[in-house]
Design a protein around this ligand. Structure first.
Ligand code: FE2
Length: 307
């Protein structure tokens, strides 16, 4: 198979390991939504990226706030980092992104996968969005496609398109680390659901197996952890080697058909995520609240008997 993006990603990991130029990664875990936000920096230049931030949301009160983001801002300032990138692995269905607030506080270009336009199209119909809602990804600063190369200071980086959980999912390889979003979870927990609109278990399997062509030593950082039976602490870091050996859903030796049968059966048992309706409406806007009504208040919609 001639997969030049994966080959390039492998060279990045090997180069970072050989040169001791590994990114420094500090993770902030949001327990209400089980989300891991990663602040990644190049120690040589102190250029940094924030991956998958969380906007605090009290659904009962309809109130948003920025306590989680402010903890990131304090860390970035204390470490004297310069934010070049605000990277989203996908349009999350379980928490609101706080990228616009972080951009205002710290700067950085807001990035998501090019296929976000597909996600915007599907959900703009679900929420009957007005014509003023653009379905072209223009709410973001940059849309990346598979194999798109970028830099974090002196560290090389590449985006990998890993659809399946959603059509727009990206994994970001930075130095010797890969940020896999919701493709993989810890080996003892398995994989993400593939039953949202545009999701597909077969596609997810292929994306995961593609990631597993990275070197075994590649550090893997997850977007979520939910603990697993018999495990008492939250963990968000593993390796490609550990995923290949032990991932309960998709370790080496599990065939595509076996995975698809397991994934589809399991997804039928899952309820909708608690925050899916608010999350999607905000995240297809890159983390912005909907345009206010003529009274100056933003509203979220609740489609009845549709999903
Ligand atoms: Fe997700």
């Amino acid at each position: 198979m001639n997969d030049s993006a994966i080959q390039f990603a492998r060279t990045l990991v090997e180069a970072a390991r050989a040169a001791a130029g590994k990114p420094v990664i500090r993770t902030f875990f949001d327990e209400p939504t089980f989300t891991a936000t990663h602040v990644v920096h190049d120690p040589a230049t102190r250029r940094a990226a924030i991956i998958d931030s969380v906007q605090d949301f009290d659904q009962a009160a309809g109130r948003t706030s920025h306590g989680s983001a402010d903890a990131l801002v304090a860390y970035v300032r204390e470490q004297d980092l310069t934010i070049d990138w605000l990277l989203e692995t996908h349009a999350h269905a379980d928490h609101l992104s706080d990228a616009p607030y972080l951009k205002q506080q710290l700067g950085g270009a807001l990035v998501i996968g090019r296929e976000i336009v597909t996600v915007q199209n599907v959900f703009a119909d679900v929420f009957n969005e007005p014509a003023s809602f653009k379905r072209d990804g223009s709410q973001f600063d940059r849309l990346m496609g598979d194999g798109e190369v970028f830099a974090l200071g002196n560290l090389g980086a590449i985006a990998l398109h890993v659809p399946g959980h959603t059509p727009a999912c990206l994994a970001y390889v930075i130095g010797d680390a890969v940020f896999v979003g919701d493709t993989l979870f810890m080996p003892d927990y398995g994989s993400a659901r593939a039953d949202f609109p545009g999701g597909d278990a077969r596609t997810l399997y292929r994306s995961v197996r593609r990631l597993m062509q990275m070197p075994d030593e590649t550090r893997v950082f997850l977007c979520h952890d939910y603990k697993a039976a018999g495990r008492d602490t939250f963990v968000w870091e593993t390796t490609i080697g550990a995923e290949r050996a032990d991932n309960v859903h998709v370790h080496d030796g599990i065939s595509e058909d076996e995975f698809v049968a397991m994934r589809e059966a399991r997804d039928k048992t899952l309820g909708m995520p608690r925050l899916i309706l608010p999350s999607i409406q905000v995240n297809i806007r890159a983390g912005h609240l909907p345009e206010p009504d003529d009274n100056g208040v933003s509203y979220l919609k609740l489609p009845l008997n549709l999903l």
